[in-house]
Design a protein around this ligand. Structure first.
Ligand SMILES: NC(=O)c1ccc[n+]([C@@H]2O[C@H](COP(=O)([O-])OP(=O)(O)OC[C@H]3O[C@@H](n4cnc5c(N)ncnc54)[C@H](OP(=O)(O)O)[C@@H]3O)[C@@H](O)[C@H]2O)c1
Length: 339
């Protein structure tokens, strides 16, 4: 039933305002009082229990990332929490349901609004922190490996930035579907961390040439897909690719990237950009359905497990972002709701 007109004046929390982190024009975060909204048709209102911290948050703060036009100014892209109110027409969920979801923004706050179709149940046995650590990695992994990459069992993917929040989930997702994985990272301790996630091979980029390795690993054929988080290796990525291979770029290059297009043409290869935040609403909902059917059982069976290396509170968000900026984390950093 539609909420009454009177209840629209008073959100179900009994409060009209909440604390949420906003970013100002000079790349500064500030904890502000913001309104608590009532869910519109097709939306749910969630009391946030934990929020994942993503490289995309850092990119947004540094203004190297691109936020969708209609995104809220409240920071935060992935959360886990409890539904406390539903808008009209929502049949999938009820008040009290425990969900996690990918947001266009609004996750570093006490409450957020999310389209009901983007919500996924908390996988069996997952804590709030674990559930908050998966939406971004698993969605980016699914879209890159399967929707864009069209990878099948036995294909080979090379994943850069493999020790990070997105990369460490992507490795496990690919392996769960019997895709062969070469993970790259930048130091010996990160290589050790990557190995613990079960890829077929780990290349430490600082001491080993990943192109030589990829060609040797594939008997000279090259890999089917490279997933790159923007470390300026466009021409090396292209060298590592097999004919008709795909370079999937999920972040802009941190240094000017140059590429000899002759190699692209000779290999009849493609370069495809991936932005899960910018996905069309219908596509995002469709991806959520696929994840529920094909990936959630793997999470519940703990065949894919987020590795959370740091848990801070929501108040400590600037510290969490600083950890990512200093490249001081492996796996995932999570901010738990303030008690
Ligand atoms: N397009 C999309 O839809 C999408 C979605 C999510 C994230 N992203 C982007 O993907 C990237 C990774 O996100 P994340 O959440 O995994 O971040 P993260 O947890 O901070 O991990 C980033 C990883 O990248 C590696 N890295 C290599 N060079 C780096 C550098 N110069 N600065 C920082 N890290 C570097 C690091 O591992 P090594 O040092 O071992 O290589 C690190 O583990 C970000 O740029 C983010 O904006 C894009």
């Amino acid at each position: 039933m539609e909420p009454s007109c009177l209840s629209r004046l008073a959100p179900p929390t009994g409060r009209r305002v909440q604390k949420g982190w906003e970013v100002s024009g000079n790349s500064k975060l500030s904890l502000n009082s913001i309104p608590i909204e009532w869910p519109n048709s097709g939306e749910v209102l969630i009391r946030i229990k934990a929020a994942g911290v993503c490289g995309s948050d850092l990119a947004q703060l540094n203004e190297t990332g691109i936020a969708p036009l209609n995104a809220t100014s409240i920071f935060g892209l992935e959360i886990a929490g409890e539904i406390i109110a539903i808008g009209s027409g929502v049949e999938l969920w009820a008040e009290g349901d425990r969900v996690c979801c990918l947001l266009s923004g609004g996750g570093f706050a006490e409450f957020c609004i999310c389209p009901a179709r983007y919500c996924l149940p908390i996988p069996n046995g997952f804590s709030w922190n674990e559930a908050a650590a998966i939406p971004m990695g698993i969605t980016t992994g699914w879209v890159s490996l399967f929707e864009i990459g069209k990878l099948n069992a036995g294909n080979v993917v090379l994943v850069h930035g493999a020790s990070g929040g997105v990369g460490h989930i992507m490795i496990q997702l690919a392996k769960a579907f019997n895709i062969r994985v070469i993970a790259t990272c930048s130091s010996a301790d990160r290589a050790e961390f990557c190995r613990s996630l079960g890829p077929d091979a780990v290349v430490c980029r600082d001491s080993q040439n990943f192109v030589d390795f990829a060609l040797e690993f594939t008997g000279g054929a090259g890999v089917d897909v490279v997933v790159d988080m923007g470390y300026g290796t466009a021409s090396m990525n292209m060298e590592a690719l097999a004919p008709h291979g795909k370079l999937i770029q999920i972040a802009p290059s941190s240094v000017p990237a140059s590429l000899d297009f002759r190699m692209l043409i000779d290999k009849q290869a493609s370069i495809v950009g991936c932005s899960v935040r910018g996905l069309d609403a219908g596509v995002k909902a469709c991806v959520a359905e696929r994840l529920a059917a094909d990936v959630w059982p793997l999470l519940s069976a703990r065949r894919i497990v987020p590795r959370i290396t740091t848990v801070l509170t929501m108040q400590q968000l600037p510290d969490a972002i600083a950890i990512l900026a200093a490249r001081g984390s492996m796996g995932k950093v999570v901010c738990a709701a303030d008690a």
